[in-house]
Ligand binder design. Structure first.
Ligand code: 3PG
Length: 400
């Protein structure tokens, strides 16, 4: 059932109202400064729209995984500063939603004013989805907007519980966009439909492979997870990362895939994971003992690129090698460039969040993709076909 959207609310309904808006400002911070503003930028269309319509915008988010209460290392204060610069307007910081006076602050905000609440995970009730905490947040808004796609797989007080307590409860523009592109890629893909999967471990991707196999025409697999498949094929994998308890499963997947799974024909190997270690490119059946796979080799990169360029829909989740340690970034970069070229040629290219999003950003081609998801775990669960609690809790789209 499609969900009610912010765009579907009449502007007059927003004027003067307090819009409690869940965003995903779980951004990297170093020395008190935000080092990657992608998620802040992604939330701006919703924030700007609400301001233009005269709403009082009360933002809330988690940051990191603090344990046991408030911890200054996980404060959202630096995000408030970054947001002030982006908006060119003051952002009132509310340290505690439960403090006496918090409700008054939200009511006294000027129309179009913006406030940011401190890290929701400073309250144990957040992750426990405690109704008492959800009620406290509900007291801070007259309507609820969820624009935190990256957190939609979490059933927490600010993503799920509160959506039942404030009406209307609608999706913001980013949430709407994420659900549209990821959803359409899965439900009505132009064919050929290709999935490119990578990353370290097959264990985290089994549900994804299972969910995608019946839908896609081809699954290309790189990253260390390919090594578990190599092992299942009876190949020597040296000191590569292999999950021994998943080898049988990898073998079964290969047998059931009907030839849809394509593995790299060769790899870049080294004796240690270091940018200065000597490397060799070898065929996948020539990995010597004592060496480990850290990237796909160049011919595999070209073969994968050719498959991507033949696709009309391509979704990508997970790097092809240890891309944060050059020269083991080449395979990932090759795929990023192939995705960009495919998009230019008219294909729908969707990048799951997390590492693959970082890789396309680093390769300088993020803006050439049809869609780069801001969700890591959330996009993975969505592509696995799992319901996202933060989405389910929103109002259903009403009839005309
Ligand atoms: C993310 O970065 O994937 C989201 O913000 C969710 O964070 P979490 O995995 O700590 O819940």
């Amino acid at each position: 059932m499609p969900k009610r959207t912010l765009a579907s609310l009449e502007g007059a309904r927003l004027d003067g109202q307090r819009a409690l808006t869940r965003v995903d400002f779980n951004v990297p911070i170093k020395d008190g400064r935000v080092t990657d503003s992608t998620r802040i930028h992604a939330a701006l269309p919703t924030i700007r729209y609400l301001r233009e319509k005269g709403a009082r915008v009360i933002l809330c988010s988690h940051l990191g995984r603090p344990k046991g209460g408030p911890d200054p290392r996980f404060s959202l204060q630096p995000v408030a500063h970054a947001l002030e610069i982006e908006l060119g307007a003051p952002v009132v910081f509310i340290p505690d939603p439960a403090a006496p006076g918090a409700v008054t602050i939200t009511k006294r905000l000027p129309r179009g004013g913006v406030a940011l609440l401190e890290n929701s995970r400073f309250h144990p009730g957040e992750e426990a989805n405690d109704p008492a905490l959800a009620r406290i947040y509900a007291g801070l808004g007259d309507l609820y907007v969820n624009d935190a796609f990256g957190s939609a797989h979490r059933a927490h007080a600010t993503t799920e519980g509160v959506a039942h307590l404030i009406k209307p409860a609608v999706s913001g523009f980013l949430m709407e966009r994420e659900l549209k592109y990821l959803g359409e890629a899965l439900s009505a893909p132009a064919r050929p439909f290709v999935a490119i999967l990578g990353g370290a471990k097959i264990s985290g991707k089994i549900d994804l492979i299972e969910a995608l196999l019946p839908k896609v025409d081809t699954i290309v697999i790189g990253g260390a997870m390919a090594c578990t498949f190599f092992k299942a094929m009876g190949l020597e994998t040296g000191t590569s990362l292999v999950e021994p308890d998943r080898v049988d499963m990898a073998r079964a997947l290969l047998q059931r895939s009907g030839g849809k799974i394509i593995l790299p024909g060769g790899a870049v190997i080294a004796q240690e994971l270091s940018g200065s270690a000597p490397t060799r490119s070898v065929a996948r059946d020539a990995i010597p003992a004592g060496w480990a796979v850290y990237d796909i080799d160049e011919p595999s990169g070209e073969a994968f690129a050719a498959i991507v360029s033949g696709a009309r829909t391509a979704i990508w989740n997970g790097p092809m090698g240890v891309f944060e340690t050059p020269p083991f970034d080449r395979g990932t970069r090759r795929v990023a460039m192939a995705m960009a070229a495919a998009a230019k040629a008219g294909a729908v290219t969707v990048v799951g969040g997390g590492d693959s999003a970082a890789a396309v950003a680093e390769a300088g081609v993020a803006d050439q993709m049809t869609h780069v998801s801001t969700g890591g775990g959330a996009s993975l669960e969505f592509l696995e076909g799992k319901p996202l609690p933060g989405v389910l809790a929103l109002d259903d789209m009403q009839g005309p």
